[in-house]
Design a protein. Sequence first.
Length: 217
Amino acid sequence: MKYLIHILLILVFTSGAFGQRYMDTNDPNDEEVKSLLSTKNDLNAFGAADLKVGDFKGERGLLVGAYGGFIINRRYLFGVAGYGLVTKVEFEGVVPGATEPKNLNLHGGYGGVLIGGTIAHKELVHISIPIVLGAGSLEVVDKDFFLNNPADSEFTIENSVFFVAEPGIELEFNITKYFRLGAGMTYRYISGTELENVKDEDVSGTTAMISFRFGRF
């Protein structure tokens, strides 16, 4: 997994070489050092919404999220992102003090810093590489814990925070000058969960995604 992240990071910061031809003026009077955050760079804001489908504890789940930030030189993405599990993920687990397993529910979400880039951004169909690095939380809930209170019967059995790294790759389509539609896959790597009913590998894995991105591209 760490090798995949390294490869994608390299692709992000070298995508400019594939996106447009480098022009060297050979001007001896031009002594300006080129830098990513130079004031002469083209800087535009963007926002996006994502739908992601993947497996959590052996059950198919839907993540809904959003991200936004800035596009530098129409290639590099910097911003923040956040996602939440919106569908019911039910599994058989253990409740402290109980003698038999029960049906429990998993709730959670994550967010963090978004970095990324595009390859051949001027083309109708091009490649986008988003990477999310951050943290999240998970809750294991017994929805029938308080049987004598039908209005609010849920009880959180256990919860934990975790680290997340999620690199992805998608094909992106230029629908208009201000709207792009993407479809691809990510790998969600989760580490550091401290739960009796859920392990890191239960919530790590690949997801299919659809992205709706708005901005000045």
